[in-house]
Design a protein. Structure first.
Length: 307
């Protein structure tokens, strides 16, 4: 039986959607580093597995908000080797979450994260391991930043070193009273290596980034708000209350169908990262995934007035 015009249009639209989705997914997964950069991921992962402890837990809620917990409270949620590997696994899981809209990252025991586990850092202090760890974390945090989910770092307690860098891989930061973000790298004889400097410059500008990295001073919620590093200071400092507040804050932006919220994040990511022509082309591709899609057709039937 011949196809009707509507069936052909639907089939064309589905094909276009599939191809565009695959291309966008492929772009997102593209690693910054590979063998040509002297990067050997499998070798590094084996090494990281030797530094065990803690975990990275992900709970995917029915409202489309994922909660990622940094769980190593004995060491102020410092990243052990196995936690670095687990973070990469959770990011892969989130890349494949079709119903996802938002993500909150927070630390167990009412503190965010104190950076790399200094015990592991000491054991892999040779330059090859250090460079591999740096490339591994940059790959993972770049993919985290590019997730089609609106992400929030809920900063309670301390976000130090790599923990401060992790907050910059999220779209937004919310801080609880008394919390602190601090790029302590200078005092460790280091600079950020998880992509934190590049992202910080884009968030607060080069002057403020230079001050935060060279001064290595703590940033409290008031200063963070002033710098544009934090979006809001929450009123609760207890874990449950802060998490509820962060969820309520985020849900203002995740209301609506996942396809549309994910499309919004994708066009913003393109605008943030790409030269304008490439960003415009991506915007066109993403537009094609929602134009004539279910949410668009339903809205056309409803003809809502935006008063
Ligand atoms: C490219 C990435 C670069 C990096 O991330 S390098 C790491 C940068 N981070 C740091 O230097 C943080 C060092 N830690 C601190 O300054 C303090 O522990 C911190 C976070 C201010 C918390 O202070 P307090 O609240 O007084 O707690 P505390 O010092 O008694 O810590 C409790 C236990 O946790 C441990 N801990 C904290 N941060 C750690 C880390 N990054 N690696 C390994 N262990 C860490 C700390 O040693 C202590 O353990 P213990 O009770 O002495 O056995």
């Amino acid at each position: 039986m011949p196809f009707t015009v509507t069936e052909m249009a639907v089939s064309l639209w589905k094909n276009l959607l599939q191809t565009t989705k695959e291309r966008i997914l492929q772009q997102r997964r593209m690693s910054l580093y590979n063998g040509a950069h002297g990067y050997d991921e499998e070798l590094l992962k084996k090494k990281l597995q030797q530094f065990a402890g803690g975990s990275i837990n992900l709970s995917k809620e029915d409202n489309g908000i994922g909660i990622l917990t940094l769980n190593n409270p004995k060491l102020m949620n410092a990243f052990t080797g196995t936690m670095m590997v687990e973070l990469q696994e959770r990011v892969t899981e989130l890349e494949n979450w079709k119903d996802g809209k938002g993500l909150i990252i927070y630390g167990a025991g009412n503190t965010f994260c104190s950076g790399s586990d200094l015990n592991a850092v000491k054991a892999i202090s040779n330059s090859q391991d250090g460079m591999n760890m740096c490339m591994f974390m940059q790959n993972t945090l770049t993919r985290l930043m590019r997730l089609p989910l609106i992400s929030v770092a809920l900063v309670q307690g301390k976000a130090f070193g790599g923990g401060a860098e992790l907050t910059t891989a999220c779209d937004f930061r919310l801080m609880t009273p008394g919390s602190e973000i601090r790029f302590v790298h200078k005092h460790m004889g280091l600079v950020p290596g998880w992509g934190g400097a590049a992202r910080l410059v884009r968030i607060v500008g080069s002057g403020a980034a230079l001050q935060l990295l060279s001064g290595a001073a703590g940033v409290d919620p008031e200063r963070a708000l002033h710098l544009g590093l934090s979006e809001e200071t929450l009123s609760s400092s207890d874990e449950t209350g802060a998490l509820e507040e962060a969820q309520a804050w985020l849900s203002q932006y995740t209301e609506g169908p996942a396809t549309v919220i994910q499309a919004v994040k994708k066009v913003v990511t393109a605008g943030r990262e790409l030269p304008v022509e490439a960003a415009l082309r991506t915007e066109k591709d993403v537009f094609g995934t929602v134009w004539g899609g279910p949410a668009n057709l339903q809205a056309l039937v409803r003809r809502p007035k935006h008063k």
